[in-house]
Design a protein around this ligand. Structure first.
Ligand SMILES: NC(=O)c1ccc[n+]([C@@H]2O[C@H](COP(=O)([O-])OP(=O)(O)OC[C@H]3O[C@@H](n4cnc5c(N)ncnc54)[C@H](O)[C@@H]3O)[C@@H](O)[C@H]2O)c1
Length: 349
């Protein structure tokens, strides 16, 4: 697979690492509208060609697939161009900034028969895959209650850089710059984590979003700081289980931490994912009576990068697909609705 990289910012480094680890994948070129970033990136990763625009890269055309690592609002227009040019597409999350656009992208990719996947990164966590398998096997019985959280602290800590001065954080705080806040940025990850890990569809959501004052006039330069920083969500799952899902950028002491707890009528599973490692804990069988938890070992799983290369090779899209991400986007859209206590019916693939 000859791969074009669209966008050479922070996340692009992980795409280089992920795709370079897949035999048969060759990164042939990269595109960035920021000339300085592009030339540094080409040199650092020994990528032979660079383009200032997607249009120039498409005119050249000597690649099979594109990995789209641009900011959220750029995903829709660029992915539509990529698909129209007959190229397979791996797109960063969230697929689009709203459900209508995400659906349009999905329908175009499917009608053209092109491989399409979204980088819901935490599918790469073997502990999440194993939790999904355990719950689906019925070992914990019917699921009754779910708790999921995604905690970050970059509004408090400078460990990842200073949001007051760096554009990669400022665009994430501003609606005008295409951000749907913490809900759009990592809400999609934790909804996927909760629904995939529990093997359950989402039926209803009721969400509360909060944007805290962060600067004089809530503005820094060209950036209005109006996108949400925290959300809490009450969720009804398709089997009748209840759940609480929440995320924030204000969680001091937690750089990037996801947790899922799934409780069934015979046992429980817990997935913990932190920057320094992941764990799968289970409370099953006799441990239910003593309230003891054991760590369960897991085997490695293929990464999204490997699965996308496989999809391009076989012509069969793998999960997480555009359609799955569009379904999640529908839940996110409803959370922005004042009257968000609605039925949504999300199919988990
Ligand atoms: N899957 C994950 O866990 C994960 C983690 C972080 C970021 N992301 C997603 O990755 C995407 C990129 O995030 P980032 O942190 O790398 O942002 P970033 O701002 O660091 O990088 C984006 C790059 O895209 C370039 N760009 C903007 N418009 C362009 C265009 N039209 N054509 C070509 N290049 C263009 C910018 O110049 C910049 O270099 C976002 O959608 C973000 O939500 C996903």
């Amino acid at each position: 697979m000859r791969l074009l990289m669209l966008g050479t910012g922070g996340m692009a480094k992980l795409h280089v690492k992920g795709f370079n680890a897949v035999p048969g994948v060759e990164i042939v070129a990269a595109v960035d509208t920021d000339a300085e970033k592009l030339s540094e990136f080409l040199a650092l990763h020994s990528i032979p060609r660079g383009f200032a625009t997607l249009e120039e890269a498409l005119a050249w055309g000597e690649f099979d697939a594109v990995t789209n690592i641009t900011p959220d609002r750029v995903h829709y227009p660029t992915t539509m161009q990529i698909l129209d040019a007959g190229k397979h597409c791996f797109c960063e999350k969230p697929l689009a900034t709203d459900h209508a656009k995400a659906l349009e992208m999905t329908e175009k990719a499917e009608s053209l028969g092109l491989a399409n996947m979204v980088n819901l990164t935490y599918r790469n966590v073997p502990q999440l895959q194993k939790a999904h398998e355990l719950v689906k096997s019925g070992v914990i019985g019917k699921v009754k209650h779910i708790e999921a959280s995604y905690l970050q602290s970059w509004l408090v800590s400078k460990a990842w850089g200073d949001w007051r001065t760096e554009s990669q954080w400022l665009w994430r705080l501003s609606k005008k710059h295409g951000s749907n806040g913490v809900l759009g940025d990592i809400g999609v990850h934790i909804l996927d984590f909760a629904s995939y890990g529990s093997g359950l569809d989402i039926d209803h959501v009721f969400a509360r979003l909060k944007t805290f004052d962060k600067a004089p006039g809530n503005r820094i330069g060209d950036y209005d700081l109006d996108a949400n920083d925290s959300f809490t969500m009450a969720v009804d799952f398709s089997n009748g289980a209840l759940g609480v899902v929440h995320a924030t950028r204000w969680a001091t002491g937690h750089f990037n931490e996801l947790r899922l707890r799934v409780y069934g009528e015979r046992g429980g599973v817990e997935v913990q994912h932190r920057h320094d490692g992941s764990r799968l804990m289970v409370c099953l069988g006799p441990d239910v009576e003593t309230g003891s938890w054991q760590e369960m070992p897991v085997d490695p799983v293929p990464t999204n990068y490997q699965r996308f290369a496989g999809a391009v090779r076989s012509g069969v899209t793998q999960e997480p697909s555009f359609r799955h991400a569009a379904n999640l986007q529908r839940v996110l859209d409803l959370c922005f609705d004042e009257q968000s206590n609605r039925a949504v019916g999300v199919e988990i693939l």
